[in-house]
Ligand binder design. Sequence first.
Ligand SMILES: Cc1cc2nc3c(=O)[nH]c(=O)nc-3n(C[C@H](O)[C@H](O)[C@H](O)COP(=O)(O)OP(=O)(O)OC[C@H]3O[C@@H](n4cnc5c(N)ncnc54)[C@H](O)[C@@H]3O)c2cc1C
Length: 419
Amino acid sequence: MTTIDNNQIYEVAIVGAGPAGATCAYYLAEKGIDVLLIDKEIFPRRKICGDAITVRAQHHLERMGVLQEVLEEKKGHWAAKGGIVGPSGIHYFGDSTNVDAEHLVIAIKRQIMDEKIVRAAEEAGIKLIENYFVKDVQFSSEKKYWTLRAKDESKQPLKAKVLIVADGAASRIARSLELVAGPPQATCSSVYIKAGTHEFQQDGVCYYPPKLVPGYCALFKEADGDLVYCCYIIPGGEAKKSDLRELHHEFLENYSFIRDALGPNAEIEKMKAAPIRFGGIPKSYGDHLLIIGDAAGQIDPLTGEGIQYALDAAEIAAETIALGKEKNNYSEQILKNYQKNWMKSFGKDFKWSSRMVKVFANNPIFVDAFASVCKRKGDKFMREWGKIMTGSKRKLSFFLPRLAFPLLFEVLKLIFRKE
Ligand SMILES: Cc1cc2nc3c(=O)[nH]c(=O)nc-3n(C[C@H](O)[C@H](O)[C@H](O)COP(=O)(O)OP(=O)(O)OC[C@H]3O[C@@H](n4cnc5c(N)ncnc54)[C@H](O)[C@@H]3O)c2cc1C
């Protein structure tokens, strides 16, 4: 049990012990910086997700020793077999390991992964405070520290020189500081389907029913044999955020590719949903302040994936704080390096993702063309597509002649065939 000295002014307080906050805490502790990691929940806690952990995130998990533990305990399932179903039903299922030994995705239940990251951070030396809902934060520019107050007034306030906001997509704290404006743009549902009750033969498949494009549905197999099903509503197409409940069930019950893959006896839990803030915010720093992960909208607009960016941002934030500590200066002037560096690392790519969203929304035939070229060219092409979609390669690569020419050619072929 952590003992906290309420009079102490900690170097850093992080609000939110999800992947962004806990990973940042880990990297800060590794640099010898004292950190208070605060969450309103008690770990392990459920976080609804598609549980698809992509390559960049896998590398961070490996550095924290989390991936090794997950594999030893057989709690992760590598996605080898899988594919894509286009809006008109053109589909390709392959095996990406025929091309390369590195898997692009491992499915790990968030309840397991998030707790392991928190424990890794604790082992590295951070102080964890659970069951502490931060209601209000205030910075004293005279004393140069933050005071954090809990919703439960019987709990003592906490103090720290630097505040890192990692409270997820709703970004309540960042919104109160006026650094995040408006509600999250997208939404996504998630349910588990019980092991032994379904007939899914793949490890992971993305489905693009016409009504949903540029959004999509995904099914991934977990280590315990459960499936996770998600339905992502991404703005730009026909589907609106308010349609989520109806579409989530419609695709499970009436969309033949998913219905048949699950079989007649699938035991599906009750739908849960959460918001998605994507594209990155224009200013994620202030005096003695950084915003990381979903709170800063660090989610890919094309895929709704955010874990890898949350972890990349966590490391960049820790490096920036270390620089501030070295210079004994946590002013906005120093901390703006964080924004510059995450934009360079992945933020600029979000603009290309947004362009792809528009292409998909206005011309769903492009998604069919992907599936169709995969059919012709096989696993190698599917892997290229997968690498770009999962962030291992920049989205700009979609526009390279090697990919763009076969795609455009396929689009023309499909149009010609239709006519
Ligand atoms: C349905 C769905 C499916 C998704 N699927 C995928 C996927 O397959 N792959 C992928 O890469 N990404 C996926 N994402 C995105 C991914 O979940 C996020 O990018 C990731 O959770 C970001 O981590 P985070 O730490 O920023 O935020 P969170 O994981 O949301 O963590 C925030 C933490 O802050 C705590 N908190 C909030 N407010 C307070 C407060 N006031 N006081 C104290 N604590 C507080 C919360 O309890 C929580 O633990 C999905 C998102 C959704 C909604």
